[in-house]
Design a protein around this ligand. Structure first.
Ligand code: CP
Length: 326
């Protein structure tokens, strides 16, 4: 795939928040992915001053390996500094209103990355922040994961439009939502495979169809896992029980067992299909070693691409991209 990035007018993303994939237009998503591909191969020595003297606050109410480290490395490689706080040091709305916390932090730092529980307090926080706020996972969305996922799919297939992406398992979780929104906006067909208990609502499926209307993307849901996966280009799954939802683990294990991505289920996909998973994964539950550790697994490219996609996101939100050579 040719890697080029043509700097147009100043980034339309400069100064904006990124709480959900739908905060950006399809054209902005495409441009961001182009920038990610450009930065991925650009000499690191040429990136060292892009965010010099900028500070990123990372405030995490939940554990993280990939998101935390990939943001810290991205910011460091762009020449900026990172401040990280976790747990009792920062809980949106715990010690003060989300609005007050956002106003204070905006006086100290140039952007804020938040991993939190409920989405609504994050929205309140962002509304009062005068610097970009990035959602590093909330109950509703995981948009940074979707950026890395789209970058990975684009690398593997040369594009996203026209592909068939099967998401099997809990189709109502945050990863599924952000993946599906990005995929339909970029012209893919999303096929959820899930039991009725974990199926997106009809209104959400209609919303996905509307999001894909310009680019040819659409979404549908099947209760039969094989129907969802048949002839798919990408088969995606995630843990059956998201962080904070542990009280539902037993029920989820029982309901989602038929949707495990085993070698047999994966065999219904295209011969060149790739397997994706946001990680962390549970081998023997939502998938098996023969798939996730097999030759068609893209999970470690996907994890690496979190960093490249977030580097592009930070550059686009924090600069007018004037330092990017054409
Ligand atoms: N995929 C993902 O967000 O990983 P972490 O929870 O480790 O950040």
């Amino acid at each position: 795939m040719t890697v080029s990035y043509v700097a147009g007018p100043a980034s339309t993303l400069f100064g904006r928040h990124f709480l959900e994939v739908t905060d950006f237009t399809p054209a902005e998503l495409r441009r961001l992915l182009d920038l990610a591909r450009y930065l991925k191969v650009q000499a690191r020595s040429e990136q060292r001053t892009l965010l010099r003297d900028r500070t990123l606050a990372m405030l995490f109410e939940k554990p993280s390996l990939r998101t935390r480290v990939s943001f810290e490395v991205a910011m460091t490689q762009l020449g900026g500094d990172v401040f990280f706080a976790q747990g009792s040091e920062f809980m949106i709305g715990a010690r003060e209103t989300p609005e007050d916390a956002a106003r204070v932090l905006s006086r100290y730092v140039d952007a804020i990355v938040v991993r939190t529980h409920a989405h609504e307090p994050l929205q309140r926080f962002a509304q009062s922040a005068s610097v970009p706020v990035i959602n590093a996972l909330s109950a509703r969305a995981h948009p940074c994961q979707a950026l890395g996922d789209m970058l990975t799919i684009q690398e593997r297939f040369g594009g996203i439009a026209g592909l068939r992406i099967a998401y099997v398992g809990d189709a109502r979780n945050n990863v599924a939502a952000s993946l599906a929104e990005a995929a339909v906006m970029l012209g893919a067909t999303v096929q959820f495979g899930c039991p009725p208990t974990h199926r997106p609502s009809e209104s959400y499926l209609a919303k996905l169809d509307a999001l894909g209307s310009q680019s040819g993307g659409s979404a549908r849901a099947f209760s039969n896992a094989v129907r969802a996966v048949r002839e798919a280009d990408v088969v995606y799954t995630d843990v059956w029980t998201s962080m904070g939802e542990e009280r539902y683990r037993e029920r989820n294990d029982a309901m989602l067992r038929p949707y495990a991505v085993t070698e047999e289920l994966f065999s219904y996909a295209q011969p060149a299909a790739v397997f994706m998973h946001c990680l962390p994964a549970h081998r023997g539950e939502e998938t098996v070693a023969g798939v996730i550790d097999g030759p068609r697994s893209a999970v470690f490219d996907e994890a690496e691409n979190r960093m490249h996609a977030q580097k592009a996101l930070l550059a686009a939100l924090l600069t007018e991209l004037k330092g990017i050579p054409v």
